[in-house]
Design a binder for this molecule. Structure first.
Ligand code: SF4
Length: 249
């Protein structure tokens, strides 16, 4: 049987990192589906024992030994290595259901060592994915430079695991998607609390969006991005609008 190692470099290189790498989970789901033996490696040793090693990272300042990257059985990718030039995963991997059990042995080790379960909820409690991708704003500090608009990405069914009690969306600018309402309805129908981890674009709020959003079973606090000080007056106006519908902002 083929043996494949998956390395979430941020897990190794960042002490307080507490969020699973979605690309790693999709790679794991895809290759497990082909009957491959998958190991989540949590160090960079012994990689020659594997037929294939995938290394992914999200953060550019997470260090990975250079000699590891040149090993013949190692492939690496993700925004942490290539920022906005990162090559997307092949479609069949990108749209594969994430393997929500990839991190289980690691989480168990953390809990056995005295870790608190609440610090690992994104590994244990959430279905995670992108309903949409992209953003039209092109803020200079943001990785999302290659998009002109917000587009549909994954149907909810692609990453929703009914056994998980909550949903975490990683969408870049959900409210900028023309059919945001249809997608929001789909989320509400799961009856699971959900959150938009990257925040929502407050400048796009309308009465209709506020009514739909603030009547949802939202998980945690609403996070609204405030990317440009020049928008202060508009943000204030949208805050007033939001407060017509909720006390949560
Ligand atoms: S609005 Fe947000 S997602 Fe869009 S480009 Fe700016 S920072 Fe990035």
């Amino acid at each position: 049987m083929l043996r494949v190692a998956i390395i979430d470099a941020d897990l190794i290189g960042r002490k307080r990192h507490r969020f699973p790498n979605l690309a790693c989970m999709k790679l794991s789901g895809y290759w497990k589906g082909k009957g491959v033996d998958i190991v989540l490696k949590t160090d960079f040793t012994g990689l020659s024992e594997f037929d294939q090693v995938f290394i992914s990272k999200v953060f550019t300042d997470t260090s990975v030994p250079e000699d590891v990257l040149s090993l013949p059985n190692v492939q690496h990718g993700g925004t942490g290595f290539f920022y906005d030039k990162a090559v997307p995963l092949p479609d069949e991997v990108e749209h594969h259901r994430p393997d929500y059990h990839l991190y289980d042995p690691w989480v168990e080790r953390q809990l056995s060592a005295g870790g608190k379960a609440r610090d690992f909820i994104y590994y244990t409690d959430y279905s995670i994915g992108f309903l949409t991708r992209g953003c039209f704003r092109k803020c200079s500090f943001c990785v999302n430079q290659n998009y002109e608009r917000v587009s549909a990405h994954s149907p909810l069914a692609e990453f929703f695991d009914p056994e998980r009690p909550k949903i975490c969306l990683l969408d870049d600018n959900f409210l900028g998607y023309p059919n945001w309402k249809g997608l929001l309805t789909g989320l509400q129908q799961t009856q699971r609390p959900f959150q938009f981890k990257q925040g929502l674009d407050e400048r796009l709020l309308t009465d209709e969006k506020c009514a739909a959003l603030f009547s949802s079973r939202y998980d945690s606090d609403f996070i609204f991005a405030f990317d440009d000080a020049a928008d202060a007056a508009l943000i204030e106006q949208k805050l007033q609008l939001a407060r017509k519908h909720t006390n949560a902002v």
